[in-house]
Design a protein around this ligand. Structure first.
Ligand SMILES: Cc1cc2nc3c(=O)[nH]c(=O)nc-3n(C[C@H](O)[C@H](O)[C@H](O)COP(=O)(O)OP(=O)(O)OC[C@H]3O[C@@H](n4cnc5c(N)ncnc54)[C@H](O)[C@@H]3O)c2cc1C
Length: 421
């Protein structure tokens, strides 16, 4: 490995960057919006690859409650504190962390305005604001209605509310889960949620039922999830595809009912996961297209709508990559490498990307999907044939599933350390 070619490896995430030589790199000011998986990684790797670069990270929250493992909180297997990451590691790495709301981007003057009126100038900007929930995308649902029918699709208070509702639910009650159409944050997430809540019900409320009313006709790791549901929770989970009437037309939070293709269904606890789009700052800065997501150059994650701006993570349109913490972390490194190269007046390195998504069915039963991606200017980010894959459908014994559950926890520890330090 030479000084200009580094392999940056984070757990299962491997991204190859050609970073400029440190001594020769042109220093510059980079502002990053959002300290989630994407933004934190970009900020940390910018400082790591070139300590001379001035990196300012703007984040509205004091610390980050991660969505990965928030489904384990719903099942009672993890605490909110256990999935909260401090921003102290970023500060220790030399990143200037500013707590605040980025309220506008002046693309001409290259300045980010904060809600308190202050302004931060940049040479390059990284936008990683995650998602906004489109409450209006489900008739009858609203931000206020999330107090009755939580979404819990941003981890924190909503996670705890849904957990409390599940704990208060009587044995024999019905939990309704309404996943959205594609694309959305964490394609296997709703089904991991169903699994870990079923695991909780099996132990504490075995007469309970889970009804999944899906907008889609198929879902991520479907065969693995459904085989596991049959084996672990026989008769407890009913998944209804969109084509079979599962698509929800409207909800009534006061009555705790959900109207789908076969009438009105009443739940004791109802989890609505509304459609999503790139975070608000990406919309207001006109970085997003009509579909709500931000188009980027797949080689660098540079916005195709604004110069000197990179969009990474869930907010970006990243071809075959799913909207995941793994993807956002990998994209943060690609953006960091591309920015340093451009500040040094060099061509951007060629990225190599992969993604792995673990899901827990029970605390001791893990499954995964992994993909390796090819990146070309004309075809964008595409899945490499015959690379990656799913956990075996029929394991020889459950020891393999137990091992994958341990890998999932290892992945979380590694990617947390790699993103936040
Ligand atoms: C239930 C669930 C389970 C999941 N499990 C997994 C998993 O097992 N593995 C996996 O890889 N992924 C998982 N994910 C997906 C993962 O959480 C996201 O893909 C990931 O967080 C995306 O990173 P990001 O940087 O794009 O956005 P985020 O991590 O959401 O970070 C965005 C940050 O920007 C901040 N922000 C936004 N706008 C502003 C602004 N204007 N000013 C200041 N700050 C702002 C926000 O406060 C936030 O901290 C899961 C998601 C869910 C919902």
């Amino acid at each position: 490995m030479t000084a200009t070619r580094r392999a940056v490896i984070a757990g299962s995430v491997a991204v190859t960057l050609a970073a400029p030589r440190l001594a020769r790199a042109a220093a510059g000011a980079v502002v990053v919006i959002g300290a989630g998986f994407g933004g934190a990684t970009a900020a940390r790797y910018l400082k790591r690859l070139d300590p001379a670069v001035d990196v300012t990270l703007v984040e509205r929250e004091a610390s980050i409650v991660t969505c990965p493992f928030s489904n384990a909180v719903l099942g009672g297997y993890e605490t909110l504190q256990g999935i909260t990451r401090s921003l102290g590691g970023l500060k220790a790495a030399g990143v200037k962390v500013v707590r605040g709301e980025a309220s506008a981007i002046d693309l001409q003057a290259r300045r980010v305005r904060l809600a308190d009126g202050s302004r931060i100038a940049y040479d390059r900007l990284v936008v990683s604001p995650g998602i906004d929930l489109n409450f209006a995308g489900v008739a009858g649902y609203s931000e206020a209605a999330a107090a009755q029918m939580p979404h819990a699709w941003k981890a924190g208070a909503q996670t705890m509310l849904l957990r409390q509702q599940l704990e208060a639910m009587p044995d024999g009650g019905t939990f309704i889960v309404v996943p959205p159409a594609n694309p959305f944050r964490c394609p296997p997430g709703p089904y991991e949620r169903v699994s870990l809540v079923a695991s909780y019900f099996k132990a504490k409320k075995p007469k309970s039922k889970i009804l999944v009313l899906d907008a889609k006709d198929n879902f991520s790791k479907q065969g693995l999830f459904q085989a596991a549901w049959e084996a672990e929770f026989p008769g407890m989970i009913d998944w209804i595809a969109g084509k079979d009437g599962g698509k929800v037309e409207s909800v009534d939070p006061a009555a705790m009912t959900v109207k789908c293709g076969f009438g009105s269904q009443k739940g004791d606890v109802v989890n609505i996961i509304p459609p999503q789009r790139a975070g608000a700052i990406a919309q207001s800065a006109a970085l997003a297209g009509d579909n709500g997501w931000c188009p980027v150059d797949p080689m660098t994650f540079a916005s195709t709508k604004a110069t000197n701006v990179h969009v990474i993570g869930d907010a970006s349109i990243a071809g075959a990559m799913p909207k995941s913490g793994s993807s956002a972390n990998a994209q943060g490194k690609v953006a960091a490498g591309a920015i340093l190269a451009s500040l040094a007046g060099k061509p951007a390195p060629t990225p190599a990307l992969n993604n792995i998504c673990y899901s827990l069915v029970t605390p001791d039963y893990g499954i995964s999907v992994t993909d390796v991606y090819q990146v070309t200017k004309d075809k964008g980010i595409t899945t490499t044939p015959n690379a990656g894959g799913l956990s075996v459908r029929t394991p020889t014994d459950l020891g393999e599933r137990k091992l994958e559950a341990a890998f999932a926890r290892g992945w979380y520890r590694n990617i947390s350390a790699d993103s936040w330090g």
